[in-house]
Design a binder for this molecule. Structure first.
Ligand code: SAM
Length: 242
């Protein structure tokens, strides 16, 4: 089954962009996924082909019009989930990526300017998704992120040797640190246990490092994993963002 990706954007010329090379590009050429772009401006209804207007209530910038967005979304064929890129959305997770990659495909609506008229989320079944707590100038880079994360999980894309199941977030932890040759680089040597050939010991070391690094770097993940709450230097429990 081909994973059908549709990107709704004011800049279709940006695609496939980085998704046209390496793993994703090869998978595209092999037909493991397909890519369609929809030019949102093609659905403008006035003679100036406007896609945006000034914000109700005042303020800077322009807002994408709901009538134009709805017509663009309605043009998407196939029964695929529609996701809209917005910093106001639910943060994208590896678990959601896995669900999407197991489905028929995805349509990604890319915002620009001040974003979408909120009524589009009431009028259509659209899932608002954020790729992180920072603001980009457009949703296209978010679409690259989402699609890349899905495509690498499609059957046959990574190959049998690498299922991705060991990787960060799959077990709720960050991955353990990785090393490769040379054994010694600038006086730093690969941990002895990784050169021991003792797979039980290696597994135990990797698990311990994955836990330690998650606890130190991502106390939010660590607590969700079931680890003891991480205390700040003052002894107060650190605030965990959900
Ligand atoms: N006014 C919006 C706000 O403060 O929430 C930001 C709009 S942003 C300048 C323009 C577009 O970039 C958004 O509509 C969205 O499509 C995309 N974008 C920006 N940051 C994003 C993020 N963290 N995740 C997903 N999309 C993002």
């Amino acid at each position: 089954m081909t994973f059908a990706a549709t990107v709704l954007t004011l800049y279709p010329e940006m695609f496939p962009g980085p998704l046209g090379i390496s793993l994703a590009g090869r998978a595209l050429a092999e037909g493991r996924w397909s890519l369609d772009t929809v030019q949102i401006r093609d659905f403008a209804i006035d003679r100036h082909r406007s896609v945006d207007d000034t914000p109700a209530g005042g303020g800077a910038g322009m807002v994408l019009k709901p009538d134009v967005l709805a017509a663009a979304v309605d043009s998407v064929s196939g029964d695929v989930p529609v996701l809209a890129m917005t910093p106001r959305g639910k943060p994208l997770t590896q678990a959601r990526v896995r669900e999407l990659a197991a489905g028929p495909g995805v349509a990604v609506l890319c915002g620009r300017f001040e974003g979408f008229d909120e009524r589009i989320f009431e009028g259509r079944a659209i899932e608002p998704v954020s790729i992180g707590d920072y603001v980009l100038s457009g949703g296209e880079i978010g679409a690259f992120v989402l699609l890349d994360a899905c495509i690498r999980l499609l059957p046959g894309v990574m190959g049998a040797a690498s299922s991705g199941e060991d990787e960060s977030f799959e077990t709720g932890l960050l991955e353990y640190p990785q090393y490769t040759r040379p054994v010694t680089w600038e006086g730093r040597t690969i941990p002895e246990v990784l050169r021991s050939g003792d797979h039980a010991k290696i597994d135990a070391w990797r698990k311990a490092r994955a836990e330690e690094d998650t606890r130190l770097r991502r106390p939010d993940l660590w607590e969700r994993y079931g680890g003891d709450p991480v205390l700040s230097p003052s002894g107060a429990r650190q605030k965990i963002e959900e």
